[in-house]
Design a protein around this ligand. Structure first.
Ligand SMILES: NC(=O)c1ccc[n+]([C@@H]2O[C@H](COP(=O)([O-])OP(=O)(O)OC[C@H]3O[C@@H](n4cnc5c(N)ncnc54)[C@H](OP(=O)(O)O)[C@@H]3O)[C@@H](O)[C@H]2O)c1
Length: 332
């Protein structure tokens, strides 16, 4: 973040603008119901900044939320709801008590509350949830980083990779997989990544030593063909519940299984099971941005949608087979 600025105690700093356009969810249902609509001015509360959004990244959480997967739970929605948790844009105004960020800063980060990022304006809690966007990283690629990148870091912190170890990544071609493969390979890990035939070259290009075609054969058998004694770790981004018992067969005795989805703790043969939720540590966003800006971390955005096609982006995302990330360019 910038070195602190512009805070006037008790004052609302910045410029208010008129009604804004946003992608609106009117009720739980399929993404085909989504349409752009008008939204009242969001006003930054204490500790928040108002951001003019340049680009917004899509995540499975957004899709699960609007289709009703979390209905009745703590993530229940109030309608109309604006989806989108990842975004990049320009700080337009500061709420009370905001320090360390100034009007005009180019930032990116997590936007945890409605209205979300698929809108011309959004609110963001400051603190570790936002970081300055380096000039060498454009807004579209910055918007692809936060949720997937920090989840990848969380998973790898749980795995605790050591150079020379082997790691099977199930779901390597998607949003989180892109970062897991690259960060693990950069740590000296031998990565075996699952990939549909069309994604084989892509996953190898991320730094995987082996691309395993899960559409033609069980990836566990393919991994065991490479390492008959079993791999040191499995990060499974696809299977939850008892299905992880099958994935864990790829592990050597006392191997480590890590997942962002739930599953049984007891996997047998001395295997450690870790089920993690995204945990953002100070510096995570800055580290991801610095790696991406330097070219050390590839941020694959397989499709950029103009704002008017934001609903279509969700329809396409729901159809699956996404390479890397889908991003909406709110300015286009
Ligand atoms: N707990 C948390 O804090 C947390 C945080 C973020 C995400 N998540 C969850 O983590 C999961 C993964 O997220 P993501 O952003 O990486 O999703 P994503 O971008 O949709 O990627 C999933 C990838 O898996 C591939 N795939 C689908 N079926 C497969 C199979 N049977 N075997 C191997 N690969 C398969 C898909 O590609 P192809 O179909 O083309 O092969 C796709 O590229 C989601 O369920 C998400 O909700 C949890």
């Amino acid at each position: 973040m910038s070195g602190c600025g512009g805070f006037t105690p008790g004052a609302y700093v910045g410029t208010m603008v008129g009604d804004v356009r946003a992608l609106l969810v009117q009720d739980y249902g399929p993404p085909s119901q989504l349409a752009l609509g008008e939204l009242a001015d969001p006003r930054p509360g204490s500790g928040q900044v108002l951001v003019r959004i340049s680009a917004a990244g899509l995540n499975p959480f957004d899709l699960k939320q609007l289709t009703g997967a979390f209905k009745g739970g703590s993530s229940s929605l109030e309608f109309p709801y604006v989806p989108g948790m990842d975004g990049a844009g320009t700080v337009l105004a500061l709420g009370e008590g905001v320090q360390g960020v100034a009007v005009g800063d180019e930032i990116f980060g997590f936007f945890g509350r409605t209205p979300g990022t698929i809108a011309e304006l959004a609110l963001l809690d400051v603190g570790d949830y936002l970081a300055l966007r380096p000039a060498a990283l454009d807004a579209v690629h910055a918007a692809a980083l936060p949720l997937s990148g920090v989840t990848a870091k969380t998973l790898l912190r749980a795995f605790e990779p050591a150079a020379g170890e082997s790691l099977l990544v199930i779901g390597a071609s998607g949003g989180i997989g892109m970062f897991v493969v690259q960060l693990a390979a950069a740590a000296g890990v031998e990565v075996l990544g699952t990939a549909a035939p069309a994604e084989t070259a892509y996953v190898l290009g991320l730094g995987a030593a082996h691309a395993l075609d899960y559409t033609s054969e069980d990836p566990v058998e393919l991994a065991l063909a490479v390492h008959p004694e079993g791999v040191d770790g499995v990060i499974d981004l696809v299977n939850g519940g008892d299905a992880v018992l099958s994935s864990a067969r790829a592990l050597r005795p006392a191997g480590r299984f890590v997942s962002p989805l739930g599953g049984p703790l007891e996997l047998g043969r001395g295997i450690t099971a870790s089920y993690v939720s995204l945990t953002l540590l100070p510096g995570d966003l800055e580290d991801l941005a610095a790696r991406a800006a330097s070219g050390a971390l590839r941020v694959e955005v397989s499709r950029v949608y103009p704002f008017a096609a934001a609903g279509q982006a969700f329809v396409d995302f729901a159809a699956g087979h996404t390479r890397g990330k889908l991003v909406i360019d709110v300015r286009a």
